[in-house]
Design a protein around this ligand. Structure first.
Ligand SMILES: [Zn+2]
Length: 142
């Protein structure tokens, strides 16, 4: 994956727009031991641009699993679906928290494909959500 410089003002705007949370798994940067990325929703290798409209604030885990993909298989229908796009899709239209607030459940073909590919319910994420919930800091109120 080619590295590209995202200007500081653009970085600040991306973080502010995301309110400091991964726009995929909702991991808060303030409690994340790993670094976050300014993720190109349409990857550079697919002619995506370094613009506010094409950047998402993404935790390292989601970014590492997404890589340069823009679509993935919906595990239910086995159809290739576009991944959740934080710029054009609304999180709550595609995802919901499980009853115990620990797991993200995809409610659409796009979000099921995204949950699966990005592994948003990674063990570390679930454990962090559990701790944050005990501190009444989860689920996020975005
Ligand atoms: Zn994430």
């Amino acid at each position: 994956m080619p590295k590209v410089h995202v200007p500081l003002l653009m970085q600040r705007a991306v973080i502010q727009r995301a309110k400091g949370y991964c726009e995929y798994c909702q991991l808060p940067v303030a409690f994340s031991p790993a670094s976050f990325n300014f993720e190109h929703i349409i990857p550079l290798v697919k002619q995506g641009l370094t613009t506010l409209e094409n950047l998402a604030f993404s935790c390292g885990g989601c970014n590492a699993h997404k890589k340069d993909k823009i679509e993935a298989l919906d595990p239910l229908t086995r159809q290739l679906m576009p991944l959740f796009n934080p710029r054009t899709d609304i999180w709550s239209d595609h995802f919901q928290w499980s009853d115990d607030d620990l797991l993200i459940i995809g409610t659409t073909p796009t979000s099921r494909a995204t949950v699966r590919l990005l592994k948003v319910n990674r063990e570390g994420n679930v454990n962090l959500r559990r701790l944050l919930k005990m501190a009444e800091l989860h689920p996020p109120t975005l």
